[in-house]
Write a protein that binds this ligand. Structure first.
Ligand SMILES: Nc1nc2c(ncn2[C@@H]2O[C@H](COP(=O)(O)OP(=O)(O)OP(=O)(O)O)[C@@H](O)[C@H]2O)c(=O)[nH]1
Ligand SMILES: [Mg+2]
Length: 339
């Protein structure tokens, strides 16, 4: 660095180095930990996590089995949304919905979710207030019991479980004792009715989570919100757009591969991706008449990806058939669902 450089003020674009990464530098009362967000499909796990993070980390949809990977959402507190909460880092682990698997992909999804329980300091179990417990909610309770038994065998602590009864905005009135059938499924530490979308008790639940986390360091830099790469997230946004546009069996039979992800210039990203379906008959459905469906998927995805990467996006989409990929071990590896 020459003398002229030394006289220059720091550029405002220079990334700020966070002063408090690491055990030694955080305040003595700093709390941190991993919070596994589990539940059956479609109860709002990803929606709630996204709301806490103030951005779309995980894709969401009204169709069950949307989330297919374990994703971290890293929340460093206090922040603009929660200025009065104590210093902490909550690392949410979003998981696939627990269900009765019908193929290898399903088995992998459920296995991913179950494995997360014992990796966590705290489990946040979501159910849906609009229905009484379903057989899938019972599967979640069984997964919790199995995890507790395994922890016992390994002389490991069992993570405490908080129950959040979500979607209370969608029920006219909550009858007295509506929580009891859920509480009967597993001995949770505490429960709370919430609405991930409208915000009821969102802050209260977060404060409760913080209270139950151990004292600990910042595991991630304060400005990091996820462990996922832009390339993966772009693929997910394409899948989300497809989930939005397609119906019936096709969304479940769909996977996305990002073949190329290149920053062509400062303000242009080039993405080339393939939508993989399971059967020849699904290909024309995804493409649509005169390519209209694929075009719509592309338009929706492009807007979301531009938001994510902060540049214009040139998106090229292809459709390919990979017969019965959900049932084939090798295809699951190839599509990134199995490590
Ligand atoms: N009315 C209402 N809808 C909600 C709420 N939270 C989530 N939803 C909706 O429920 C649907 C499922 O939400 P997701 O966040 O994708 O659910 P998930 O539990 O992550 O589902 P999987 O990834 O399939 O396991 C979406 O259509 C959400 O908009 C809520 O508080 N109220
Ligand atoms: Mg999800």
């Amino acid at each position: 660095m020459n003398e002229a450089d030394l006289n220059q003020p720091f550029s405002p674009d220079e990334p700020e180095i966070d002063p408090i990464i690491g055990e030694d530098d955080v305040p003595a009362d700093h709390r941190s930990g991993f919070v596994a967000v589990i539940g059956r499909p479609n109860v709002g796990k990803s929606t709630l996590m996204n709301h806490y993070l103030g951005q779309k980390i995980a894709i969401t949809s009204p169709k069950p089995q949307t989330t297919r990977n374990q994703l971290l959402g890293i929340l460093t507190l206090p922040n603009e949304d929660y200025p009065d909460l104590p210093p902490a880092q909550v690392i949410f682990i979003d998981t696939p919905g627990i269900h009765q698997p019908k193929h290898k992909l399903g088995e992998y999804l459920v296995e991913t979710a179950r494995r997360t329980i014992l990796d966590a300091d705290l489990v946040l179990w979501l159910v849906d207030a609009t229905e009484p417990p379903t057989p899938e909610d019972r599967l979640v309770a069984e997964a919790l019991q199995d995890a507790a038994a395994e922890a016992g065998r390994k002389h490991q602590p069992v993570p405490p479980v908080l129950l959040a009864i979500n979607k209370i905005d969608a029920v006219a009135a909550l009858p007295d004792g509506f929580e009891q059938p859920f509480l009967d499924l597993y001995p949770v530490e505490a429960w709370m009715p919430i609405s991930a979308t409208r915000g009821d008790n969102r802050r209260e639940l977060l404060a409760d989570i913080l209270n139950r986390l151990p004292l600990g360091p910042r595991y991630y830099p304060a400005d990091q919100v996820t462990d996922q790469h832009l390339r993966f997230m772009a693929g997910e946004l394409i899948r989300e757009a497809a989930l939005q546009v397609l119906h019936q069996e096709v969304p479940h039979a769909l996977a996305v591969i990002v073949n190329e992800f290149k920053e062509r210039s400062e303000n242009m990203t080039y993405i080339n991706a393939t939508l993989v379906v399971e059967r020849e008959s699904q290909k024309p459905i995804v493409i649509g008449q005169k390519g209209r469906t694929l075009k719509k998927i592309g338009q929706l995805a492009r807007a979301e990806i531009e938001n994510l990467v902060g540049t214009k996006v040139y998106l090229e989409l292809w459709v390919k058939v990979r017969p019965k990929w959900r049932k084939k071990e090798n295809d699951l590896y190839w599509l990134g669902y199995k490590k």
